[in-house]
Structure formats: C-alpha cells, structure tokens
Design a protein. Structure first.
Length: 82
C-alpha cells in the first residue's frame, strides 16, 4: 500500500524497479518457505545432520539478504525520484 501511494506521488517505477520487486518477491518466498521447512523439521524432530540444518538456515539467510538488498535499492530509487 505504501509503495502504491509513493508511486502515485513520485512516479518512480521503471524497468529497474520491476527487477528489484522481482528480487524482493523471490527473497520473500524463499524466506517464508525456509521458515516453514525449519518449523516442520523442529516439530517432527527427524535426525538431521548438522550440514542439513545449516543448509536450511543458510537458505533462509539468503532470502533475508535478497529482501534487505532489494528494499535498500527500492528506497534509493524512491529518494532519487523525489
């Protein structure tokens, strides 16, 4: 909703913004899926190796990185359009 209001007032959307939003949604979906996987693994208590446990956490971390970077780039684009 906030992006819609900012777009209406400052018109910052372009090809680069679309790519940033795609990266944002990929990061959001990756993070959400890995949180569900982590939650299921903790409730089911299967015998996971330490490497597998680290891989699940690492994938969630990658999702967080994608979210953070895309938000910063999006805010920079909005600032430039003001």
């Amino acid at each position: 909703m906030l992006l819609l209001l900012l777009e209406k007032n400052f018109s910052f959307t372009g090809a680069k913004t679309r790519r940033v939003l795609v990266v944002y949604h990929i990061g959001l979906n990756l993070t959400a899926v890995m949180f569900v996987v982590r939650g299921v693994m903790q409730v089911m208590v299967p015998a996971l190796s330490s490497g597998m446990s680290a891989a699940i956490s690492g994938m969630a971390g990658i999702g967080h990185i994608l979210l953070g970077v895309s938000m910063v780039i999006l805010l920079i684009q909005i600032r430039r359009s003001i």
